[in-house]
Design a protein around this ligand. Structure first.
Ligand SMILES: [Zn+2]
Length: 74
């Protein structure tokens, strides 16, 4: 997994493999030596979010249906 971090000297965004954590890398722009930080890998759109949004739609739909049912049957 790739982790991204910024060079503290020139703010250049750098990418390095997670296995390189703690190692020194030279910034390609300013030649500053940067230690690869301990950060979580950048996440793309995760499945968990999709499930959460879907669940929210289901709950919203169900509550609307219940409301509609109660309105029309009372
Ligand atoms: Zn730099």
């Amino acid at each position: 997994m790739l982790i991204s971090f910024k060079c503290p000297a020139c703010n250049n965004r750098m990418y390095e493999d997670q296995s390189a954590t703690g190692k020194l890398r030279q910034c390609p722009r300013c030649r500053h030596c940067v230690q690869v930080p301990m950060v979580k890998p950048e996440r793309r759109f995760s499945l968990r979010w999709l499930i959460a949004i879907l669940l929210l739609c289901v709950i919203a739909g169900a509550s609307y249906w219940i409301y509609y049912y109660l309105e029309t049957h009372s």
